[in-house]
Write a protein that binds this ligand. Sequence first.
Ligand code: NDP
Length: 298
Amino acid sequence: MADRIDGKAFAATVRKKVAENVARLKEAGVTPGLAVILVGEDPASEVYVRNKGKQTLEVGMNSFEHKLAADTPREELLALIEKLNKDPAVHGILCQFPVPDHLDEAEIIAAIAPEKDVDGLHVLNAGLLATGQKGLVSCTPLGCLMLLRDRLGNLSGLNAVVVGRSNLVGKPLAQLLLRDSCTVTIAHSRTRDIETVCKRADILVAAVGRAQMIDASWVKPGATVIDVGINRIAAPERGEGRMRLVGDVDYDSVAEVAGAITPVPGGVGPMTIACLLANTVTAACRVNGLEEPEGLTA
Ligand code: NDP
């Protein structure tokens, strides 16, 4: 039976390290600040933003929430980002996606100053990662990397298969694993014989968005499996109309063959916000010429 990788507990240790670094920065006269922009009233996004604000305050940082109406004009949003770019109290800026249809995510990402882009989505940060240079790395991939290093130590030479090629998760995670000297394969919806490809993996990451797609027959015995997916499925056993969260991995079946596996919920999810806080501290250190936190960057 596979070990369960406890992302919730690990995220708590990351937040503790962040809080220690925030205290150090405050002694140097800097209070890290994270600005989160939410456009519209998507209920899931509202929950994420509330959680982010709460955890930001808990580690001692300043939280600036900007809630804008769903019909906010493009120019108004870009003007707010420009104001936050120039505000020395703000070290990290994040716009919660998805945004309403009249707004363009790529344009929003491009408007954020790269040194405050704590989501790591700006092309400059993506390029720095791809060329092995220091930038800000997307939170979910950074969280996955931390869990893998904690579990496996040195990743050098391991076969890693990342299923999913999004700019948010799949691609940056593949880059990070390559940087740690894994032999990396990126699989996607057009990959042929994907089960066989996955079965070669010492490290198998699922970032697809399809409930329980990966079962035991895709997994090499002893592999470390990281499940990024968050899918809502019907849970009639909990009562009529009730839903529950599952990953892209069929946990019960894969746990029979894998060496270790992250659950959903309680695996990668909690690491994402912890890494957002870590990135904000890192950004605050860099802009103020202070020593960077240890163990909180890629
Ligand atoms: P995207 O929809 O942007 O990308 C999904 C990827 O999966 C695409 O590259 C797609 O391939 C691939 N894919 C789709 N169907 C298949 C298939 N049948 N076989 C193989 N590959 C397939 O999703 P994200 O990367 O943004 O997110 C992935 C999942 O992770 C989602 O469930 C999301 O909710 C979750 N997530 C969780 C986070 C967390 O904190 N835990 C944070 C961010 C995301 P192609 O490119 O060929 O279409």
